[in-house]
Structures are given as C-alpha cells and as structure tokens.
Design a protein around this ligand. Structure first.
Ligand code: FKS
Ligand code: ZN
Length: 344
C-alpha cells in the first residue's frame, strides 16, 4: 500500500483555536502528519509519494465556486483590509432566520458566511496546504481508478466537516468527498464512504445526502453531547434518491471496543448489501482512549482489528486521514489500522 503526502500540507500551522469558548493552543498542527510519516518509515510500511497536480475542476465538483474563490483569495483580502492578525477567526455566523443569499463585503462578514465554528483559523498559507491535501486525496483516488487495491492519502488539514460552501472543525476542503466524486467520475458506479473518526462527518453526509450513488456511513460520538452537535443522529437516513443511503451510528461518551466494534459490524453489513465498487475510509484516530479532545476508549491494538475487519469486505479501499490528536500515539494507531488491513 502506498502513502501519498506533500510537505506543502505542513504550511497550514494554526497557533490557536477557540475550543469550548476558550482560546487554546491549536490541536490540528503539522506535527500530526510528521508523526505518521515517522512511523510509516520506522516500520518500512511502504513507498511514500508526492501528490500529482490537479486543476480545481475535481474540487469544484463538490464545492461551490464562490466558496473556493473565497478560500483562495482570503489572505489577500485580509491583508488588503489592513488586518495584521497572523490568523483569522470567524466570530459571527448566519444562523437560522438570517440571510445567506447576500455575502457581506466586509471580511469578517465573509468569514462567518463561509464557516460554522470558531475553532478553525485561517492563516497566510492555509489555501496552499488545503489544496495540496485535496490533491493528496485525489492522487489516491486516481491510483485506485488505475487499478490499485489500496492506498493511504495522508491528508492534513482534514476534510470531513467541510460542506459544499463552508469550513469548520479544522476542515476546509472535503478530501473524502472530492475523492469519492473522482472515483464516481472514473469508473466506479457506487462508492461507500465509511467515516470512523470520533466526530460525525457532517460535511460528507450533507454533500451526498440526496444521492444513491455514494453511500455514507459514520460511527461517531452522539451529537447530543459532542462536536459537531447539529447533525449525525440515527434518524438521518438520506433524502429523495438518497433515502436509505445515509447511515449514522451515534455512540455515547466512554464507548469501548466491545460496543464500537458492533457498530463497525453493522456498517460492514450495510456496505456488503450496497455492493460498492470501491470503499473510501475517512480514517480518524481520535477514537483512541488517550485522545485529549475525545471520549471513546479504543486501545492501540484495536486499531489493527479495524483494518482487519475492513479488509474482509474485499473491496478496493482508499484510506483518507481525518482526525487524531494524541500526537505521540497517532503514528502507531494510524499504521496499526493500515497494517491490520494489509495483513489479511
Ligand atoms: N469540546 C468540543 C471541542 C471541539 N473542537 C473541534 C473538534 C474538531 C474535530 C475535527 C476532526 O477530528 O473531526 C477532523 F477529523 F475533522 F479533524
Ligand atoms: Zn475527529
């Protein structure tokens, strides 16, 4: 299994985040990717290659053009308005009953229009890193379309909270959604996206919610008690043609392997019934017992079992990295998953 990664993805280096209403040191930092790279090299897991270049077209199949234009122009607009802060935080949003048909002219109004939380600052090189992270996912998808049985897109910044037209939860471009769409456009009739990150993949769900050609499944902390809060309940099954192709498995704080693995089983059964041509896995390691911002209890050796179970589906599988903040253990837990998958 090859890994795809570009050092440009390190250029997004947030210093702070607003988490639980407090300004704290940022969690989604470049060293997350470094730890995974180090572990891949330490165990000689396999070749690590740089992503290919892509035009914006495959990204624009998923995201709105005004949103992508905003992301790519933002830092110029920010500095042109004389803002000197080294990272920009949204602090006001068009929540229910407010208007989103008019995008404000002033940069803070724009920032809120195109985001959903205060925990995802933008810096001078965010766009470069985010575009390269999406190209890492696209390169993995292209390799799968060219016949690879598996690939690991070491994406960072992550993507599964990014919606069609707004960012949040450390995510700007939805890497897994862009990859799934690329696979649909290059031979796959049906694609399953299985999100095993601790947090609900609200962006990926919303993007494919009315579609039958991409099945979305997510095991995550119950949104009644956990970020991103406002999507991810079990009654969200899809809409229109997409009815029944969205499956959420919300679980309580404190969930151990014994419970988590039952949801994994249910998800795998649904994927087998759907019979996709390819599986995309949104791979977050924040289900780990020592993760500083999460409250599931998976142990490092149980990540191997995740990989083994997914391998039993016998599908071409593209792993796309999402979250995981126990940085010291992130490399081991990520490579354990990939090792479990490959050992079968
Ligand atoms: N007490 C709640 C604090 C929530 N802080 C933001 C958590 C963002 C999680 C991001 C992620 O792990 O889902 C991703 F995969 F996208 F990176
Ligand atoms: Zn997460």
């Amino acid at each position: 299994m090859k890994t795809i990664f570009s050092p440009d993805q390190m250029l997004h280096a947030p210093q702070f985040e607003v988490s639980d209403g407090k300004l704290e040191p940022a969690k989604e930092i470049p060293s997350r990717a470094q730890m995974v790279l180090d572990r891949l090299k330490a165990v000689q897991f396999g070749e690590i290659i740089e992503p290919r270049s892509f035009s914006l077209d495959p990204i624009l199949k998923i995201h709105a053009s005004d949103y992508i234009e905003f992301l790519s122009d933002f830092w110029r607009l920010w500095t042109e308005e004389g803002r000197t802060e080294q990272e920009a935080f949204p602090f006001v949003w068009p929540v229910r009953q407010l208007r989103t048909d008019i995008v404000p002219d002033q940069i803070d109004g724009k920032l809120g229009h195109y985001s959903f939380d205060a925990g995802t600052p933008m810096g001078p090189h965010t766009w470069t890193a985010v575009r390269r992270s999406a190209e890492t996912a696209l390169t993995g998808a292209a390799m799968m379309a060219e016949g690879a049985r598996s690939a690991f897109a070491l994406c960072r910044p992550p993507g599964h909270h990014a919606h069609k037209s707004f960012f949040g939860g450390y995510c700007f471009i939805n890497n897994a959604a862009v990859a799934a769409q690329y696979l649909r456009d290059h031979g796959a009739k049906r694609v399953s996206v299985f999100d095993v990150d601790y947090h609900h993949g609200n962006g990926t769900q919303a993007i494919f919610y009315d579609r039958a050609d991409v099945q979305f499944l997510s095991i995550h902390a119950d949104p009644k008690v956990e970020f991103p809060y406002y999507l991810g309940h079990a009654d969200e099954k899809g809409v229109g043609e997409g009815e029944e192709f969205n499956l959420n498995y919300p679980l309580p704080h404190g969930t151990p392997w014994e419970v988590w693995s039952r949801a994994l089983e249910e998800g795998c059964a649904s994927i087998e019934a759907y019979k996709p041509d390819v599986l995309v896995v949104s791979l977050g390691m924040d289900t780990f017992e020592k993760d500083p911002i999460s409250q599931f209890k998976l142990k490092s050796e149980e990540f191997n079992l995740i990989g083994e179970r997914l391998a039993k589906l016998g599908l071409p599988t593209l792993f796309i990295m999402e979250g995981g903040y126990a940085v010291e253990d992130l490399g081991v837990n990520c490579v354990n998953t990939l090792t479990g998958f490959r050992q079968r």
